[in-house]
Ligand binder design. Structure first.
Ligand code: FES
Ligand SMILES: [Fe+2]
Length: 342
């Protein structure tokens, strides 16, 4: 069902870009929380974010270029530094000086290979900094990014909805309900955590592609309010981690950053290679389902219905999502055990 965050007053750190996307050489354009911004690095490598509009005659700064760590507007060559101040205007009259023009600037912070953008005005959230999801050096990592036509909660809920894998990923991941899953849910200070165990990992189709035989499969799915899902899979000796974070662009569009890691001892490189091939396919299957779902609720309206036990993790996540935007604290933390066919 639809749920809008756009009339809510909230503060959060959101990923604007991956570190390697923002350089000293080019102005990098992004849309985040309905704001069109440009990101760039000054000569010291520090990242800045400015509104994508020149205060002179309105050209998008993204049509400009970088020079000496400043953005140079493509229309009349005015230059702006990382705090948005005009530092040079070439075509001045003999008695004129550089105008005191200033472009709106935004708070950004580079951390763990991502550039985080601060939305809101809560000083505590600002001072707390972005959540930390570092890349363990012993793991193999790769990054993906996708623009999805859906509100963030549809995307996040998908991570807590295990049974879809039997159908959406029937070819690659699972091959129909084959066994019993046992899930333990708990609400936490940051959101929630679900641990799901399965009887026999050999019944999970994806384990066939792995270079070792993973008998036991279990995974923990965590929700970090408001926009992150943190999934850890254990396939026998192999560990597989997905960090998925949503950055809303506007009512209908969400940019999703995923960081995938794998650790499987001597098989790590091979496992990473396999996952690099499979993950984009699995994500595109999810995107088709999520966009279809979002389109359906936008067109027809309606609410979720006829929830079964297997839906409880996603329902809890959605309820915590709404609680975040409605400023309702997690006071009485719930726990629950469920079983269902998977
Ligand atoms: S519009 Fe940017 S310098 Fe004139
Ligand atoms: Fe999926």
């Amino acid at each position: 069902m639809q749920y809008s965050i756009w009339d809510k007053d909230f503060s959060a750190w959101l990923i604007a870009a991956r570190s390697e996307q923002v350089t000293k050489k080019k102005v990098y354009k992004r849309k985040i929380m309905k704001k069109e911004i440009v990101l760039f690095r000054d000569n010291s490598g520090t990242v800045s974010a400015l509104k994508d509009q020149c205060p002179h005659k309105g050209l998008p700064l993204s049509q400009g270029k970088m020079r000496d760590g400043n953005v140079v507007c493509g229309y009349h060559g005015w230059s702006f530094n990382g705090s948005g101040s005009c530092v040079d205007a070439p075509c001045l009259g003999s008695k004129e000086s550089c105008p005191s023009a200033k472009v709106d600037s935004y708070t950004v912070k580079e951390q763990d290979g991502w550039i985080w953008y601060f939305h809101g005005d809560d000083k505590e959230v600002l001072a707390g900094g972005p959540p930390s999801f570092p890349k363990d050096k012993k793991w193999r990592w790769f990054e993906l990014e996708k623009e999805i036509k859906a509100q963030p909660h549809f995307i996040l809920e998908n991570s807590f909805d295990c049974t879809h894998a039997c159908f959406v990923h029937a070819q690659l991941f699972r091959n129909g309900p084959a066994q019993t899953a046992y899930a333990e849910l708990e609400e936490t200070d940051y959101g929630m955590r679900v641990e799901t165990r399965e009887d026999d990992g050999r019944k999970v189709r994806i384990t066939k592609y792995l270079p070792w035989k993973g008998k036991e499969v279990y995974h923990t799915d965590e929700y970090f309010q408001p926009f992150t899902a943190y999934v850890n899979y254990h396939f026998g000796i192999g560990k597989h981690r997905i960090i998925l974070t949503c950055s809303p662009e506007d009512e209908n569009t969400t940019r999703v950053f995923t960081r995938t890691g794998v650790q499987a001892g001597i098989f790590s490189s091979l496992a990473a290679l396999i996952l690099r091939v499979l993950t984009p396919i699995i994500i595109s299957e999810d995107v088709a389902a999520i966009q279809g779902q979002a389109h359906g609720y936008k067109t027809h309206g309606g609410r979720y219905g006829h929830m079964r036990d297997a839906d409880i993790p996603a329902i809890w996540m959605f309820s915590l999502y709404r609680r975040f935007f409605e400023n309702r604290k997690i006071e009485e933390k719930r726990t629950k055990k469920i079983t269902y066919k998977l």
